[in-house]
Design a protein around this ligand. Structure first.
Ligand SMILES: *Cc1c(COP(=O)(O)O)cnc(C)c1O
Length: 394
């Protein structure tokens, strides 16, 4: 039971996929005027861009692929440094490394997102971009981040892979920086099994990213290409079957987010006032995807005791997003002579050791959210989970 979108796969997805299979056209390119070509990826891109409030959306094969295309489109290459929070999925780090760059980690704050005050001290002559990550469905402090970026003339690439459908001060997450990226893997708000999206308002960056994702071709492979390919690209294309599922899921996104917000509000109300427990700071309460509810304790010992009683873990012991628990990342950082292993980012270590993620829409023991509710939980289920939590806190 991973993300909310995966739980709501149904008739709509089946109909879209059958539409593609009956047409026989499974490749993303085709003649838009030919009724036999169903152009699901094309339609998905246009509807995604409209929903996100950006001019361009490019569908790709994964969120990791989206990050690689965006980083390379922004010119990140050998030796370039990209500032990224210490609490994020491995793909934020590995995409920078695969683009030839070096991830420079920063502390998080009690929003569990990048601490904007820790960005400037990490900047060097080699810094090429800043990559805030909207962790667990909620916005980074974008005003502060954009101000630091503007001051130093650096582009911001938003990793919005965990926050599809969220917003910050009325603007959709992913649409605020120069480029934004999303994932459609099965743990995200909506899913197509796998898949990703790059968004930008900048035409040149869109064209560059497009070429990177499809062997140097220009958008939609239009025009005569041989002799005119501007970049060496790769294949990060999305196919029509994936596009079909993604399209059906995208149309469910508003309903998914609204449902989760409603469930989270009730769950949170029931937990409010539990002695010794506070909630993660939200940089935008209304724009929250509401996929998770993170609670903070005063000490690591208290958090640990409660998590054991609930049969879950504190966030610092979860496997997926904690830099200190990423043996493959730490091996790389050690080889590069960079800070690594637990202790390298002490404020991040401290916050994560006092935090427990309760599931609301994303149920994933790997991120420490093995306890909580899910998108189809009833009010009674929610009340039961809230009572169990409060008993564990006694
Ligand atoms: C899921 C995720 C990605 C991309 O993951 P893919 O599995 O490649 O789609 C990138 N960054 C973050 C923060 C994520 O959570």
């Amino acid at each position: 039971m991973p993300g909310p979108g995966s739980q709501w796969i149904g008739r709509e997805e089946i109909a879209e996929v059958l539409d593609v299979l009956e047409s026989g056209s499974v490749f993303r390119y085709g003649d838009l005027d030919d009724p036999k070509f169903k152009h699901k990826v094309y339609t998905f891109e246009r509807e995604f861009a409209a929903g996100c409030g950006v001019r361009h959306a490019l569908a790709v094969s994964s969120g990791s692929g989206a990050l690689i295309c965006a980083l390379k489109a922004l010119g990140v290459g050998p030796g370039d440094e990209v500032v990224v929070p210490a609490y994020t999925f491995i793909a934020s780090f590995s995409s920078i490394i695969f683009a030839g760059g070096v991830p420079v980690l920063t502390e998080i704050d009690e929003s569990l997102n990048i601490d904007p005050a820790d960005i400037e001290p990490r900047l060097t002559k080699r810094t090429k971009a800043i990559m805030p990550v909207h962790m667990l469905g909620n916005a980074c402090d974008m005003d502060a981040i954009m101000a630091v970026a503007a001051k130093h003339g650096l582009p911001v690439i938003e990793d919005a892979c965990q926050a599809n459908g969220g917003s910050y001060k009325g603007r959709r997450l992913g649409s605020i920086g120069r480029m934004g990226t999303f994932s459609l893997n099965v743990f995200k708000t909506i899913t197509a099994g796998d898949g990703g999206i790059v968004v930008t308002d900048d035409e040149a960056l869109y064209k560059h990213a497009f070429g990177l994702h499809d062997q140097g071709h220009s958008p939609l492979r239009s025009g005569v290409e041989v002799g005119q390919r501007s970049v060496l690209g790769m294949n990060f294309r999305m196919n029509e079957l994936t596009g079909a599922i993604a399209l059906a899921q995208l149309r469910k996104l508003p309903r998914i987010i609204a449902t989760l917000r409603d469930k989270k509000r009730r769950f949170k109300e029931m937990l409010a006032g539990t002695p010794g427990v506070s909630f993660r700071k939200l940089n935008d309460l209304e724009g929250d995807c509401a996929t998770l509810l993170t609670v903070l304790f005063r000490t690591a010992a208290e958090a640990s005791r409660v998590s054991r009683r609930l049969g879950t873990t504190t966030v610092d012991h979860s496997g997926w997003h904690v830099y200190a628990n990423m043996e493959h990342l730490n091996r790389y950082l050690a080889e590069m002579g960079l800070p690594h292993d637990r202790g390298a980012y002490p404020r991040t270590d401290d916050i994560l050791s006092r935090a427990i993620n309760l599931s609301v829409g994303v149920v994933d023991a790997g991120l420490g959210a093995g306890f909580g509710i899910h998108i189809d939980s009833t009010d009674e289920d929610t009340a039961k989970a809230a009572t169990a939590f409060q008993e564990a806190c006694r």
